[in-house]
Design a binder for this molecule. Structure first.
Ligand SMILES: [Zn+2]
Length: 301
């Protein structure tokens, strides 16, 4: 069990909803796919570090700040004497090494992740020093995708390629380590310092009126669904869901996109595309959300 688990960021969830409910530009779509792929790579790496047996603390996804500079660390493992951190890259295909940029056959150049690694290392050292800890700091770039090859790369111990990953983690796991209260204190401090509200994601701008309305399928995201009694059935994949849970899922999406807006039967009726009666929506909201006010003035929280 990680000391701090990774959760899908609200902005990534928002992007997913926007991808379903509006037409993204080609650039936005590409950016979203890259974010999603990066996240999947990180989750994949988490599943590997989770298997480590050594006495260590794993903290997944930290956004920290030191000297007014914010930085993000994909994965951190605290050992007795060493603070290990990892940048996880889910690149796929052949890339050619260049001190400044990696070049792929087709796509645009990618900044050499060693730059990011060096920067993070300096900032982590500074932070640990400020907090009064004296741990050695080691950083690695993890290339998680088995389809990734980096050509012409110089020998660099900071790069861990897919074919080296298992051996690398085994070696890491054999590190003699015994944690004590000082490490617990550090781990707790890092979790407290983590800025969960800070997002590095640039969302497309959106407005209510431009978004597609309607209930969608939990199984395949399709908006082509039919109502039969208390159930919603997907016309594409056949997935069956209770109307009430489908409505509440939709309410969650609405809340994510418009966190400061009021929730009432009228607006959710519209958001659900008009397929479910206002009375039914009112009942569903009433059962699951806190109600403030009565009759047509009722809003839910
Ligand atoms: Zn479906």
């Amino acid at each position: 069990m990680p000391f701090k688990a990774r959760v899908e960021s609200e902005d990534l969830k928002r992007f997913k909803i926007l991808d379903q409910r509006m037409l993204l530009t080609a650039d936005e779509k590409k950016y979203y796919k890259a974010l999603l792929k990066g996240y999947e790579g990180e989750v994949q790496f988490d599943s590997l570090t989770e298997k480590l047996q050594s006495d260590s603390f794993i903290l997944n996804d930290l956004v920290l700040e030191v000297n007014h500079t914010k930085f993000q660390i994909d994965s951190t493992i605290i050992f007795q004497n060493t603070y290990h951190f990892f940048e996880v890259k889910n690149y796929e295909g052949d890339y050619i090494y260049d001190p400044e940029n990696f070049k792929s056959g087709s796509g645009k150049p990618i900044q050499n992740p060693l730059d990011q690694l060096k920067r993070s290392k300096t900032l982590i050292r500074q932070l640990l020093q400020n907090l009064g800890y004296n741990l050695q700091v080691e950083g690695h770039v993890i290339f998680i995708n088995p389809e990734f090859t980096l050509l012409n790369a110089p020998y660099d111990l900071s790069f861990i390629y897919p074919s080296q990953l298992n051996r690398f983690l085994k070696k890491l796991d054999m590190k003699p380590s015994r944690l004590n209260n000082i490490h617990i204190k550090l781990a707790n401090q890092l979790v407290a310092l983590h800025q969960s509200k800070v997002s590095m994601i640039k969302l497309p701008t959106y407005e209510y009126d431009q978004l597609k309305k309607g209930l969608n399928c939990k199984g395949c995201d399709s908006f082509s669904v039919s109502v039969q009694g208390k159930k919603q059935i997907c016309n594409e994949c056949g997935y069956v869901e209770m109307i009430s849970t489908a409505v509440l899922r939709s309410v969650e999406e609405y809340k994510l996109l418009f966190p400061n807006w009021k929730i009432n039967s009228n607006i959710i009726f519209d958001w659900c595309g008009g397929a479910i009666s206002k009375r039914r929506i009112g009942r569903t909201l009433g059962k699951s959300l806190k109600i403030v006010g009565v009759h047509q003035w009722a809003v839910y929280e």
